[in-house]
Ligand binder design. Structure first.
Ligand code: NI
Length: 170
């Protein structure tokens, strides 16, 4: 399971909408396994296909970062079908190393997706899991956490990133 390179902002693939998966084949399994290995190596609690340069609609989530096998979720074609409440919390993103932003997200989400065999699955999450599901599904729609903060905060973050790119620290 090779560890893949993580695509960083402002690479254009991060702003593109992914394509629904229709073939549940060995290639998809391999991509999922590589994404899980890459997420654990980072380490992170979630990773979406565009972050490894791919346009399939798939993401992986594991709040335990590999500690608890029951926590690993591989979500193919996920979509948020219901959301409730709103909460502002600090979060990060593997495509934005060392950038933390306070982002408004729903308090609770219901997600419908498919597993690697194409079987329908349903996930309900609140608190951190809701935040993570919402963040990763955003990635699959080409939406980044920086898009969900105020224009002022977005501008500040962009300037910080620009400086770091210039200093070769990105
Ligand atoms: Ni992210």
């Amino acid at each position: 399971m090779p560890i893949l390179d993580i695509v960083k902002y402002p690479e254009t693939i991060l702003a593109e909408r992914t394509e629904p998966v229709s073939e549940f084949d060995e290639d998809l399994r391999e991509l999922a396994a590589d994404m899980v290995a890459t997420m654990y190596a980072a380490p992170g609690i979630g990773l979406a296909a565009p972050q490894v340069g791919r346009s399939e609609r798939i993401c992986v989530i594991d709040l335990s970062v590999g500690e608890d096998p029951d926590d690993l979720m591989v979500l193919v074609n996920p979509r948020v079908v219901a959301e409730e409440g709103g909460v502002r919390e600090e979060e990060g993103c593997l495509s934005f190393p060392d950038i933390m932003l306070v982002v408004p997200r729903p308090e609770r989400v219901v997600v419908e997706a498919q597993d690697l065999d194409g079987n329908p699955i349903r996930v309900e999450g609140d608190e951190l899991l809701a935040r993570c599901l919402h963040h990763e599904i955003d990635h699959l729609d080409g939406v980044l956490f920086i898009d969900r903060v105020s224009p002022l905060k977005r501008d500040l973050a962009r300037r910080k990133i620009k400086r770091r790119i210039k200093a070769d620290d990105w």
